[in-house]
Write a protein that binds this ligand. Structure first.
Ligand code: SPV
Ligand code: MG
Length: 321
């Protein structure tokens, strides 16, 4: 490739040339898209985004669904992943994301913010933001991030199944997905407890099961999948066992992998390095060819569209779901 093609603008144009990819979503609701992705026999990948721009970049890269991560939404606001964001904060943060992309957003709803009653109301409001589904984990409120070096207290199974049922009762569209996540392995409660919980959550009406592990290899996930006899799709987030080859997940019959925090982590590294370079050099000139241009920003938000007269935000998504 000639040298000039390495400019940030040209790399950007390549990344954003997604007209064919997004035409797949015309007229298909985000709920249907997420359901199709989870029900597909092929392994799918769901990419973390903590704001609308990150979600757009993920979709432009080819991801067919976005994970609105509690960890990264919180961190991007300078807060801990410990319910320091209120549930209305979370909905306010996810709203611009669903506005900006035409792919499904699966919203991390932590441990449901209270009881079945509160979670039912949350789901009604979440549906209004346009998310395709919510994920709820079986931990006590206030939750702690799974990788936090602390005791992870599991929710009572009956309380948690009532929250799944409340979510299904309160969803506003048939295709809305309620993902039940068990933290039994993270809490050290063992495989039998994880399987028992998974079965109870499926029976309560969960559309998919997220099994989380904080081990450095996938041995817990492999053991779970080898023993699991349920029928709902399985989702994992291989953050700590990131070295596991993807074909292992395919062989285990996993439905979807969530890359749960890698967008924010990439942004942190890039921004920290850029800021340091600018500070040290007292100049931006060394950095200019390496970073997105102002035109790239204008293009991302379709500033040129302003010249075409009034346009709705929905049309900025190119194809509303
Ligand atoms: C998140 O991304 O907020 C998650 C995944 O819930 S984890 O951080 O692994 O708990
Ligand atoms: Mg989370």
């Amino acid at each position: 490739m000639p040298l000039e093609d390495n400019s940030a603008t040209n790399r950007w144009n390549t990344l954003t040339d997604n007209s064919i990819k997004t035409s797949e979503t015309v007229g298909i609701s985000v709920g249907k898209q997420l359901r199709a992705l989870l029900d597909s026999k092929d392994l799918s990948f769901i990419m973390e985004a903590h704001n609308a721009m990150a979600a757009k970049l993920a979709v432009d890269a080819g991801f067919k669904a976005v994970w609105a991560s509690g960890l990264t939404l919180s961190a991007s606001m300078g807060l801990r992943d410990a319910n320091e964001l209120t549930w209305t904060d979370v909905l306010n943060l996810v709203d611009p994301i669903t506005d900006f992309v035409d792919r499904p957003v699966l919203l991390d709803a932590d441990s449901g913010y209270g009881d079945f009653n509160i979670f039912g109301r949350f789901v009604r409001k979440a549906c209004e933001t346009g998310v395709a589904g919510v994920c709820i984990e079986d931990k006590a409120f206030p939750k702690r991030n799974s990788f936090a070096n602390t005791r992870h207290q599991l929710a009572d199974i009956a309380d948690f199944t009532s929250m799944i049922m409340a979510a299904k009762d309160n969803q506003k569209t048939d295709d809305f997905c309620v993902v039940a996540r068990t933290e039994a392995l993270v809490a050290g409660a063992g495989l039998p407890e994880a399987l028992e919980r998974a079965n109870r959550y499926e029976a309560a009406g969960a559309d998919a099961l997220f099994v989380h592990s904080k081990q450095k290899t996938a041995f817990e996930i492999e053991a779970f999948c080898d023993s699991w006899t349920g029928t709902i799709p399985i989702i994992i987030a291989p953050t700590t066992y990131s070295g596991t080859p993807t074909d292992v997940f395919e062989r285990l019959g996993i439905s979807a992998v969530i890359w749960a925090n890698h967008g924010l982590r990439a942004a942190m590294t890039s921004m920290a390095s850029a800021y340091q370079t600018i500070f040290d050099e007292r100049s931006v000139s060394a950095l200019e060819p390496l970073i997105a241009s102002v035109e790239d920003i204008l293009s991302l938000t379709d500033t040129e569209g302003l010249l075409k007269g009034p346009v709705s935000l929905a049309s900025r998504k190119r194809h509303s779901g």
